[in-house]
Design a protein around this ligand. Sequence first.
Ligand code: MRU
Length: 346
Amino acid sequence: MSFRTIEWRDNAVLMIDQTRLPAEEVYHRYTDFTFVADAIRNMIIRGAPAIGVAAAMGIALGAQKINADTAESFFRQLFDICDLMSKTRPTAVNLFWAIERIKKKALELKDSPLDSIKEELKNEAILIEREDLETCKSIGRHGAELIPEGATILTHCNAGGLATAGYGTALGVIRAAHHAGKNIRVFADETRPWLQGARLTTWELMKDNIPVTLISDNMAGFFMSRGEITCCVVGADRIAANGDTANKIGTYSVAVLAREHGIPFYVAAPVSTLDLSMSDGSCIPIEERPVTEVTRIRGIQIAPEGVNVRNPSFDITPARYISAIITEHGIAKDNFKEQFKALAAA
Ligand code: MRU
């Protein structure tokens, strides 16, 4: 891929600014963990696995600068940093998964010299990033088998290289099918209000020469009713134990439309997106973001000043609408609850 979503370089965290794509390819270099937290909150980096990597790197960055005489003081400061990271965005479980993994690593090393704990936390964050890339490639390999030759695939939001350490989950499936020589095309929902589909999915697919057609969100039903969509593939921010899936707002509508038209609806996500502590989707916290994201488009006011607005950033697609959930360890169908246990243990 011709861009890096996020990387650790020379004691700093580098990331591409996703709020400025596709107009400008700007990279930020952060040496202060509070700026990494702001970047997650303000969607300079976004997408469930990518914000997990960012949180891990942010904590590792903060750890490098902790000034402590005792292990107790070091861990108190480290956990404060973890706490700050955990308050950036609530829905994607990958963020919390990555924070827990960094905490676990630190606790395993609690009797080591502080300098070596700092070094190991940095290595762990880099490892999370590298593993995510491999995970996405495995998701792609499994998922590509579900994509027929000649398929037109509808996707929503951006579950691509930009939303992960690279390659993507839903777009990983699409990339793998394309690289396997299948003649496929993508329909990208624009994904109001943040326009991740219009700005990011089209940008990265066009860079890879994968045929993509942009549609506005309200056009999906039209193209399904005309028989122009073969299947849908989307990502996920958190998947409950019964398979109910939180993903970008509008995903639920696509899934219901797909069922109406007898079109398979696939979710692609790493095992770290499974949250088996949540029995069903009603337990998943849904982020509500600033109303100006709805009343303005790229800074231009499009609604009357003072209008009532709601802006949930995610919705829940009930498991019954999902044909299969594609993970790096294999594909779950039907009885998700049972299959998740095996996939999580693999
Ligand atoms: O608000 P965002 O852009 O972080 O939401 C992203 C999504 O909903 C993605 O579909 C999801 O995180 C999967 S990314 C591989």
